[in-house]
Ligand binder design. Structure first.
Ligand SMILES: *[C@@H]1O[C@H](CO)[C@@H](O)[C@H](O)[C@H]1NC(C)=O
Ligand SMILES: *[C@@H]1O[C@H](CO)[C@@H](O)[C@H](O)[C@H]1NC(C)=O
Ligand SMILES: *[C@@H]1O[C@H](CO)[C@@H](O)[C@H](O)[C@H]1NC(C)=O
Ligand SMILES: *[C@@H]1O[C@H](CO)[C@@H](O)[C@H](O)[C@H]1NC(C)=O
Ligand SMILES: *[C@@H]1O[C@H](CO)[C@@H](O)[C@H](O)[C@H]1NC(C)=O
Ligand SMILES: *[C@@H]1O[C@H](CO)[C@@H](O)[C@H](O)[C@H]1NC(C)=O
Ligand SMILES: *[C@@H]1O[C@H](CO)[C@@H](O)[C@H](O)[C@H]1NC(C)=O
Ligand SMILES: *[C@@H]1O[C@H](CO)[C@@H](O)[C@H](O)[C@H]1NC(C)=O
Ligand SMILES: *[C@@H]1O[C@H](CO)[C@@H](O)[C@H](O)[C@H]1NC(C)=O
Ligand SMILES: *[C@@H]1O[C@H](CO)[C@@H](O)[C@H](O)[C@H]1NC(C)=O
Ligand SMILES: *[C@@H]1O[C@H](CO)[C@@H](O)[C@H](O)[C@H]1NC(C)=O
Ligand SMILES: *[C@@H]1O[C@H](CO)[C@@H](O)[C@H](O)[C@H]1NC(C)=O
Length: 796
């Protein structure tokens, strides 16, 4: 199907048209398919050979054998940290950890490596990238699964990940679409923890654990009753009485914050999108015709398949016309779909569209070339690990954020060190935990290297910090002591400083005693939350007491934090004895090595925060919503955009991170690259949205010099402020560029930030289009959202 000039002209009107189902058909020629065209042609040819019954089989996640056109149901599995639950595969950094590298190459490298493992396991769809939840509330239980609350950053990383997954040979399956920002009441309001088991609408008898509705899932697919494993489809025709919360949002905030990343994710070639189990403006996300057929498939030109999160499919007709393409075969039974076709409530054009969308990603990924190995069972000996441990260790170290350093790091041949906290060592039984979607945490009694629920890794092994540090320390003949517990009480002397002699090794194990006898005290803490429940705390009293006890007795106390979300530090951060703090997400199987590399300076830290660390819990403006209607009244003002808007001083700002060396910024230049730009974007509709949204219209350059005594990497960040008096109505600063540059000592580099039309635009709710204000944009380049080193102006 080619897009003619005449159709393109009509396309401009489509976003506002009421007949969104027809507009959203991939066959209608409105969207220029670009490099999807060949796959589309193959998909269309495939569909043309099918009977109605065969088409219904495919949209019901079924396989066709011995037909004129065979089809094996797609293998869809979580997630970005590795294919869930398999033996003989790698456990990579979790998304929030990887994101803290701010390193586009690292994100690509890991994404491709993970996807290669999926490919070799015989899986077709990797359920990622995870854009949403973005972290509207710091208490969101699944915030650690995504790239965080900045829309630009989230989109750039999501786009790179989607490209990388395809380079690894599989289909990127972005999630969650959309406005799925908390776990509480996610399956039913009043439904307690809102866990995935609630996805059966409270009727567990209809869905015994580990099985699926009869006939709904083809054999060979992985089954599990829980969220995010779309291989188990649960229908809930009667779920209205237990409907989940509704995210109610205005159009401007929706486009500018939450939908923003999806332009990049779709543009990058994502072939599948998982709709959320929750509601938007009172309509189920998987049945929202204006959202799925309109916004996603028309405005963003998405040509692929929409599939549901657990219990996302509510009704047969609502989901089919609403834009779901893949669902339960019991909900979409042959008789049901045939009845819709007969009475005209569903068109055969839409049925064909659904089938094309089910198979187009497969062709786009060249999975029809017959080369992919067949689907492995969890315990088949299919070793996909390759040399990925090196990538995991390297990316882990790159992602660690040095929050504070008053000379504590890097370690310089200490004679005696002590290691404190359960996060330093192995959990008593591990490394993998039991699967749960009922929430986890608030802490973990062992080293935290994975998340839980759908973001749980299958750790083949785990290098813990105590193991890696001991090995490293042994080479320098350092004496190493440990207490691998957060609440340890010494057997005889208690945890107060007693008159034990630090000149002897035979002393009682106590925080105070060991601390007093060490040159460097390493205190490890963690914070865990995961699918099924939101967080109950952003700091932990037991751990903070441990830190304060150690710091009271050790003037070189170094705190190492592993966390799935925001972890506050104000209970101890100002203590002068806390000489350094490291902060990261769960780093995967090589975690201890990555941390040790940074502690000893073998790697110079360059990680940067992807969220704001506040001084107090009450400094965050968005709490968990406990009502049916969750109104996004804060608008675009989440995370640093809110902190700036409200003059709230953060403890550590978005983008913050130190190095063992120092950098100087100079020579900021801003250049407009395109003139005669129209006010509204008006380019042709392509996959990812209007083509001109991606035009590079301006550039900002800055010089960065390594002024310190070590080689290192800096992450200069570009923030813009919209012209005064324009209709844009934007936060004071918005991130619009970042580049990680490695610089030898005394090395310099000119960093270029390219601004796309969309990066300078706002959503004009009246015109229903992106608008580019004229006037002077403020340009800020710095080392964090508040540490601005160079300012300038960009005239547009
Ligand atoms: C939308 O298109 C379908 C199929 O062409 C048609 O049956 C239906 O009446 C249209 N609806 C509206 C509101 O135009
Ligand atoms: C479909 O699969 C059957 C059974 O393997 C095979 O006999 C048949 O030739 C296949 N059809 C096509 C079109 O490949
Ligand atoms: C495949 O289809 C052909 C033609 O309908 C039939 O003769 C044959 O028995 C079928 N084979 C299988 C394995 O179902
Ligand atoms: C949402 O969940 C909370 C906590 O489980 C519960 O108390 C509340 O009743 C739920 N909301 C509604 C509208 O039922
Ligand atoms: C649960 O599902 C079963 C099987 O579909 C049905 O027989 C039963 O009535 C349902 N129970 C409730 C409480 O809805
Ligand atoms: C939600 O409803 C508001 C108010 O009617 C509307 O402006 C907005 O576009 C809707 N958002 C979505 C995502 O449907
Ligand atoms: C930590 O120490 C406390 C107090 O001695 C003890 O009760 C607890 O079981 C220990 N925890 C672990 C995980 O060993
Ligand atoms: C710092 O540690 C020293 C022991 O090295 C101790 O005497 C001092 O009181 C500690 N200071 C604080 C603020 O805890
Ligand atoms: C820290 O305490 C040690 C004794 O444990 C002492 O030698 C050293 O000078 C102290 N350092 C600072 C900076 O106070
Ligand atoms: C959300 O907005 C609706 C419509 O304005 C209002 O009825 C409802 O009370 C609001 N909910 C909350 C929790 O504020
Ligand atoms: C924040 O501070 C600025 C400058 O002092 C002031 O103009 C503005 O009103 C303050 N905003 C809030 C929300 O307090
Ligand atoms: C740093 O580089 C500058 C310019 O290349 C050079 O003049 C200077 O000597 C160098 N300084 C050091 C310490 O290498």
């Amino acid at each position: 199907m080619r897009t003619s000039a005449a159709i393109l002209g009509a396309a401009a009107l489509c976003a506002a048209s009421s007949n969104t189902t027809e507009d959203g058909l991939v066959t209608n020629g409105v969207v220029s398919l670009g490099d999807w065209q060949t796959a589309f042609n193959k998909a269309q040819n495939f569909v043309s050979q099918l009977t109605i019954e065969e088409k219904i089989t495919i949209i019901g996640a079924g396989s066709l054998t011995n037909s004129s056109a065979n089809w094996t149901a797609l293998g869809i599995t979580d997630g970005p940290q590795g294919a869930e639950n398999f033996y003989y595969e790698s456990a990579f950094s979790m998304t929030c950890a990887l994101a803290m590298t701010w390193d586009k190459d690292a994100i690509y490298k890991q994404g491709k490596a993970v996807a290669t493992e999926f490919y070799q396991k015989g899986l077709q769809v990797l359920a990622g990238p995870v854009s949403n939840p973005m972290g509207r509330s710091a208490w969101g239980g699944r915030n650690g699964e995504s790239f965080g609350p900045d829309s630009y950053f989230n989109g750039i990383l999501g786009g790179i990940s989607a490209k990388a997954y395809q380079a690894g040979g599989v289909i990127a399956g972005g999630k969650h679409f959309i406005l799925y920002e908390q776990e509480t009441n996610r399956t039913s309001s009043g439904g307690g923890m809102g866990g995935g088991m609630g996805g059966v609408s409270g009727n567990s008898s209809s869905m015994p654990s580990g099985s699926a509705p009869s006939g709904s899932v083809p054999s060979g697919m992985m089954l599990r009753v829980r969220a995010d494993n779309s291989s188990s489809i649960v229908s809930g025709e009667d779920s209205s009485d237990t409907a989940p919360y509704s995210s109610n949002i205005d159009d401007k905030t929706f486009r500018e914050t939450y939908l923003w990343p999806w332009y990049d994710i779709i543009k990058a070639g994502t072939g599948a999108v998982m709709c959320a189990m929750t509601e938007i403006n009172g309509t189920a996300a998987c049945e929202d015709e204006s959202l799925l057929m309109g916004t996603l498939k028309s405005d963003l030109g998405f040509p692929g398949m929409v599939w549901p999160d657990q219990n996302g499919q509510k009704t047969a007709l609502g989901s089919a016309t609403g834009g779901l393409d893949y669902g339960s075969s019991s909900t979409w039974s042959t008789s049901t779909i045939n009845a819709f076709l007969s009475n005209g409530s569903l068109t055969e054009a839409r049925l064909d569209d659904m089938v094309i969308r089910n198979v187009i990603g497969y062709y786009r990924a060249n999975l029809d070339n017959g080369e992919q190995p067949s689907k492995a069972e969890y315990d088949d000996y299919v070793d996909t690990m390759s040399s990925h441990a090196e990538i995991i260790r390297e990316n882990g170290a790159k992602s660690i954020v040095l929050l504070k350093n008053e000379g504590g790091l890097p370690l310089d041949r200490p004679r005696r060190i002590s290691i404190f906290g359960s996060n330093a060592g192995p959990v008593m039984g591990g490394p993998n935990m039991q699967f749960t979607v009922q929430g986890s945490g608030p802490t973990y009694q062992g080293h935290l290297a994975s998340d839980s629920g759908s973001a749980q890794s299958s750790l083949p092994y785990l290098i813990t910090p105590d193991a890696a540090i001991t090995l490293r320390a042994s080479k320098e003949h350092t004496n190493v002591k440990w207490i691998l517990n957060d609440t340890y009480t010494a057997s005889s002397s208690g945890n107060t400083l007693v008159t034990l002699s630090s000149s002897e090794t035979a002393v009682d194990a106590s925080y105070a005693g060991y601390a007093a006898a060490s040159d460097a005290c390493l205190v490890f803490i963690n914070a865990l939350s995961g699918e099924g429940a939101d967080r109950t705390e952003l700091y932990n009293n037991d751990q903070d007491t441990m830190i304060n006890t150690v710091a009271a007795n050790c003037n070189n106390t170094i705190v190492i934090i592993s966390t799935t979300g925001v972890r506050l530090v104000d209970q101890w951060i100002e203590n002068e004895n806390i000489t350094a703090v490291l902060y990261s997400g769960p780093l995967g199987q090589e975690s201890g090595n990555s941390i040790t590399d940074v502690l000893y300076g073998d790697v110079n830290p360059s990680g940067r925060l992807i969220h704001t660390i506040a001084k107090n819990e009450s400094d965050y403006n968005v709490e968990i919503c406990y009502t049916k209607n969750c109104n996004y009244t804060e608008g675009n003002y989440i995370d640093y955009k809110y902190f700036e808007h409200s003059n709230t001083t953060a403890r550590y700002a978005f983008g913050h991170g130190l190095s063992y060396t120092s950098f100087k910024y100079s020579d900021l230049q801003s250049t407009k690259l395109m003139s005669n730009l129209s006010y509204h974007a008006n380019g042709r509709l392509e996959v990812g949205g209007r083509a001109d949204l991606f035009d590079v219209v301006a550039q900002v350059d800055v010089n960065v010099l390594n002024t310190g005594s070590r080689d290192g990497a800096e992450v200069p960040q570009l923030y813009i402020g919209y012209p005064e008096g324009s209709a844009a109505d934007q936060p004071i600063k918005a991130l619009r560029g970042f580049e990680r540059v490695e610089l030898r000592k005394n090395g310099t580099s000119q960093v270029k930030f390219q601004l796309r039309r969309r990066d300078l635009s706002f959503w004009d709710v009246t015109a229903q289009e992106w608008a580019l204000p004229t006037g002077s944009f403020k340009v800020y380049v710095g080392a964090s959202s508040t540490d601005i080193r160079q300012t300038g102006v960009l005239a547009m």
